[in-house]
Design a protein around this ligand. Sequence first.
Ligand code: FE2
Length: 255
Amino acid sequence: MEIRVLAVGDVVGRPGLHYLTSRLRTIRKQKGIDFCVVNGENAAMNGMTPGQGEDILDAGADVVTLGNHTWRQREIVDYLDETSRVLRPANFMPQLPGQGMGVYETGKGEIAVVNLIGQYQMDVHCDNPFYKIDDILRQYQGIPTVVDFHAEASSEKLAMGFYLDGRVGAIWGTHCHVPTADLRILPQGTGYISDLGMTGPRDSVLGIRPEQSIALFRGELTSRFAPASGSCWLTGAIFTLDGHGKCVAVEQVLD
Ligand code: FE2
């Protein structure tokens, strides 16, 4: 039986969360989605509060993933230990709260979700994700598995894609907030995209007001970053996994 998985790019600020809430259930229905993973690590611009995590789940996500800003809203600490539906990167240092992977019921069988963070220019202490994923996949043999790789460098994401080709159903990149045009099925049957993009204001720099980002790059003093105004978009990808957990179809989402 096939499982259709929708992966949605990083939700940015109040506008992104509002747009996700207004659109996700409709997209799920229109596209016949069985399971949905949303990256929520910018719901509070920097990080995500427990309330925003619940809002993303209420909007229609089955699992929320995070990234380098995980700890910016400290209320998240207890919440991560209370819920199994919000994941922080699995290769964070082992003493940190929360979990980085889980197995979930889709209605068409189980699926495993893993959240990983890259090592290049991410400014966090973490274990090497290439070794960590080997350990994890040993536990998940026989279960269709998808991976959110929250990373900066397209090279690191592509390397991970080919490293996992044939071993997971899909791996997608998050963090860059710009959708890439390289969605495809890799030679051994793994769905791949370097970056999903984001859910947030379209006329923005990664969700932020353009004038603030321009000031930053001009070397001027900047005020606290705020989300841009105007219409939003939701970007992501749909991966169809067959009964063996291999990807048989991919479709980009630009809504
Ligand atoms: Fe990030």
